[in-house]
Design a protein around this ligand. Sequence first.
Ligand SMILES: CC(C)(COP(=O)(O)OP(=O)(O)OC[C@H]1O[C@@H](n2cnc3c(N)ncnc32)[C@H](O)[C@@H]1OP(=O)(O)O)[C@@H](O)C(=O)NCCC(=O)NCCS
Length: 180
Amino acid sequence: MKIVNMKTLDREQLTQAAQMLTDELPLGWPALADAEAEVNERWRDEADALFLAAVDGGAVVGWCGILPHYDGRVFELHPLVVRRDRQREGIGTILVNEIAKAARDRGALTFWLGADDEKPGGETSLANADLYDNLPDRIREFAPGTHQSAFYMKLGFKVIGVMPDANGTGKPDIFLAKRL
Ligand SMILES: CC(C)(COP(=O)(O)OP(=O)(O)OC[C@H]1O[C@@H](n2cnc3c(N)ncnc32)[C@H](O)[C@@H]1OP(=O)(O)O)[C@@H](O)C(=O)NCCC(=O)NCCS
């Protein structure tokens, strides 16, 4: 498996990247066309953005991107996805570590992401909670449950905030960050 800049991918590989985005994150990208728009438009528009893909035997098995904020002092991880049948093999970890290195090389101090807790019923302890009541304690006692924030916490990210009701009542966007 190798990690490559997504600008080097061919059309078929870009379609594979889009397909796994809509397969894995259908709430954000409901149809293949939505995911293809994300894949095709992102790096044309953002000068300092970088997108990396994990390619194995010619097939894209995962990909991720970074977008600069705050004059490049802060980079956002967006998006990150690993193909379903290749999850839990360490590919997500490799992608995050590689793109974090690239963000650091670009001068970033902070690496962050928003992880929506949007599934029906909620997955984390911040879903369906009154986030206007004692938020510092709720963040200190954060429990990820089945949510992907557990993956980021294993990589050293910490919960630094939350946007209440970002995806509807009781469905927050959870902000995680780590120092570069
Ligand atoms: C989240 C995701 C990117 C993780 O990638 P991955 O390649 O499966 O992760 P890794 O194999 O590198 O896992 C690293 C560690 O995190 C754990 N982990 C991975 N996904 C997890 C999850 N959803 N919940 C809890 N722990 C998880 C792994 O078990 C592993 O733990 P270990 O080191 O103790 O063995 C991948 O599952 C995915 O694409 N999910 C769907 C899309 C998504 O949620 N994207 C993120 C949006 S914010």
